[in-house]
Write a protein that binds this ligand. Structure first.
Ligand code: NAG
Ligand code: NAG
Ligand code: NAG
Ligand code: NAG
Length: 652
């Protein structure tokens, strides 16, 4: 009896508990749907301090002045790196980082303090700074820091100056940059023949380095400038500013000085929003809506503030094409209202930090810190609905795993997913998944500088009745590869090129062409061989490979030999329809396997390949769909996240 009573008591408690939960869920639902306006927004237009527009743009979303790199404050009046200037001026003077000419030692220290992560000075916002070891620098003796400048002394041995050198000290967990004294003065060759600006025409407009070539002086202009006195702005250089400032402003050394009222990435912003008081803000759900953060140039920026070569290697330019198309937004996915966005783009400019193989962590962490402290959206999901583009060779491989990067969607070209990678150097910390995490990241096709006329010509031929069959009938090479082998770098291509070289270099197959060494892509021979071949090898290289694209572009069936590497848009495209995958272990039988492919399968794959190639092309004039496929891949990620984000409280 007693037992029954207490059981009833327990049951009653459980019942009440359930009832309470049901009620609270109902209450939540009622509040969400009933009492509050739903997704009702109003425009905001926050003013900036007067004088902002002299050097900067007014960000009307934040009411903050957007300043060029190196300047800050409500009117961009504050020099962040004063010792990097070459002249005392009351107004703004743009400064550059870089390694062509030595700077004042205080300049380097100011830049490290401003641009590297406090606990790890090997990770800075700019690629160049990672290469600073052993740079020379100078400073005026007995002169306070605020009176130091970076214009060189007349003579290297001027007793009023002392010289130093940058060094880096490492402990297990940190890295600090220092400037230390040196025993011996540098020679003029050690400092790139640099001499004081006063010896060059018009002081190179403070936009270059003055060099002495055996008595003849001349200006070496910084990126973005040309002319014998560096006075001419190279506005035409398309890679200098995002979207070349969208024809709504002027590109000045990598900074878009926008025509009012525009601001932001590529001067693409003119409106800002917030929910009306009390309104529920619910991310748009029927389709993709991307909000683009306007990360200030002082946080991360294009490398145009560096003084060397400022071109972005063409294979890494996909991020530029992506940004251009996103800013022009023909697909209608962009929103200037972050409250309705279901995906957020952080332009972290990580492409160049990674240069070829380097480390994007510094730039990405700085960008994320700004995004997370300025807006509420990053923290509510830990960044799960935020993405970055990392378009250089090893893409995300070296992106350190920290709270700021853990959940970010990495859009990359190199989908290498393998645990415990040990042969890619110390920078690769991620033993859990390597360079790519399925379900989180996206692989997009690399940029390919396609020759419009040539590709269109081939496509016209293939589209004619019987054209494809005639084209295939003329193919007289079974299998083709030409490219770097690198016998002494076993990790290059995962060892595939090297293994095949050993197997095929001295082969007696009349219909296999395997050439170690670089063949010019522009040269006819390489492209003719691609078109003449039934199968073309697509290995990776030191990161992603461009061979898959080469093969598709020339209607050759790609033979993908990339164990554990996700291919571009593999979640959308059905690869077996247009390509063959072979594992490294199968290489000894490769030629026999290819020879055994029935003719109808070859025709089927070539046909599909001549349809699918557009997904690998970024240029709209070639029918390029790479951008559309990247968006489609991203939309898949986001829609899969919805349940999880609801839990995390996004749908408040
Ligand atoms: C990409 O998608 C947009 C919107 O659906 C469409 O207008 C555009 O034509 C597509 N691009 C190509 C190359 O088909
Ligand atoms: C987001 O979290 C970070 C780290 O905890 C914090 O520094 C930042 O202030 C938070 N952002 C906002 C908008 O609260
Ligand atoms: C990776 O390394 C960890 C720790 O050394 C080990 O526990 C795990 O089994 C390894 N995974 C693979 C796939 O080798
Ligand atoms: C190929 O043959 C050449 C000449 O006979 C020889 O020098 C070379 O070592 C051979 N290469 C391989 C990979 O066996």
């Amino acid at each position: 009896m007693l037992l029954h009573r207490s059981l009833a008591y327990v049951l009653a408690i459980i019942f009440l508990h359930i009832l309470k939960r049901v009620q609270s869920a109902e209450t939540v639902l009622k509040t969400a749907l009933g009492d509050h306006p739903f997704n009702t927004f109003q425009e905001v237009n926050k003013p900036c301090q007067e004088g902002c527009l002299l050097h900067g743009n007014c960000n009307h979303e934040l009411g903050v002045c957007e300043c060029p790199f190196g300047l800050s404050g409500p009117t961009c009046q504050t020099q962040l790196y004063p010792a990097c200037r070459t002249l005392f001026t009351s107004g703004a003077q743009r400064i550059y980082l870089g390694r062509t000419a030595p700077r004042n030692c205080y300049c380097y220290l100011q830049l490290v303090k401003g641009l590297c992560l406090p606990d790890d000075e090997s990770r800075c916002a700019f690629h160049t700074m990672q290469l600073w070891d052993s740079l020379y620098c100078f400073k005026r003796k007995d002169t306070p820091e605020e009176q130091q400048l970076s214009d060189l002394p007349e003579k290297i041995d001027d007793p009023a100056y002392e010289w130093g050198r940058c060094t880096t000290s490492r402990t297990l967990t940190t890295m600090q940059k220092h400037v230390g004294p040196i025993d011996q003065l540098p020679t003029i060759e050690d400092i790139s023949k640099s001499v004081p600006l006063s010896r060059c025409k018009a002081r190179c407009y403070e936009q270059g380095v003055c060099q002495d070539w055996g008595g003849q002086t001349r200006c070496l202009c910084f990126g973005g400038y040309k002319g014998d006195d560096c006075s001419v702005s190279e506005v035409a250089a398309e890679s200098l500013c995002p979207d070349n400032c969208g024809a709504r402003g002027k590109c000045i050394a990598g900074f878009c000085k926008c025509d009012a009222p525009y601001w932001g990435l590529g001067c693409s912003r003119s409106k800002a929003y917030e929910p009306v008081p009390g309104s529920v803000a619910y991310p748009y759900f029927p389709s993709l809506k991307i909000y683009v953060y306007d990360v200030p140039p002082n946080v991360v920026g294009t490398h145009q503030f560096e003084d060397g070569d400022i071109n972005v290697f063409f294979n890494y330019q996909s991020f530029m094409r992506f940004e251009e198309m996103l800013l022009h937004d023909i697909n209608g996915v962009r929103t200037e209202n972050p409250y309705e966005a279901n995906l957020f783009y952080i332009p972290a400019f990580a492409y160049y930090s990674t240069s070829n193989l380097g480390d994007p962590t510094g730039a990405v962490i700085r960008a994320v810190n700004w995004v997370a402290s300025t807006f509420p959206f990053f923290n509510r999901t830990g960044g799960k609905d935020h993405f970055i583009l990392i378009s250089a060779d090893r893409g995300a491989c070296y992106l350190k795993r920290v709270p700021q990067t853990e959940h970010l969607i990495r859009v990359t070209h190199f989908g290498y997913e393998r645990q415990n990678i040990t042969d890619m150097g110390q920078l690769l910390h991620n033993t859990e998944y390597g360079c790519f995490k399925a379900g989180r990241d996206v692989v997009m096709s690399p940029y390919f500088k396609a020759k419009v006329a040539k590709i269109q010509d081939l496509r016209t031929r293939l589209e004619q009745p019987g054209g494809l069959e005639a084209f295939i009938a003329k193919k007289d090479v079974l299998f083709f590869f030409s490219g770097d082998i690198r016998h002494n770098e076993p990790e290059y291509s995962g060892g595939v090129r090297q293994a095949l070289s050993l197997l095929l270099s001295n082969n007696s197959y009349p219909d296999v062409v395997f050439k170690g060494g670089y063949m010019m892509l522009g040269g006819h021979e390489y492209e003719d061989l691609l078109a003449r071949s039934k199968f073309c090898m697509a290995p990776y290289g030191h990161g992603f490979g461009i061979r898959l694209t080469h093969a598709l572009m020339h209607a050759c069936v790609p033979v993908i030999i990339q164990d554990k590497v996700r291919q571009p848009f593999e979640d959308i495209l059905h690869y077996p329809d247009f390509s063959i995958r072979v594992s490294k272990a199968e290489l000894p039988r490769l030629v026999e396997m290819l020879r055994a492919v029935p003719q109808e399968d070859l025709v089927r794959m070539t046909k599909e390949n001549s349809r699918i190639y557009r997904a690998f092309i970024w240029q709209p004039e070639l029918g390029g769909l790479a951008y559309n496929f990247t968006l489609a891949s991203l939309w898949r990620r986001v829609s899969h996240l919805r349940g999880e984000l609801y839990e995390a409280g996004v749908r408040r």
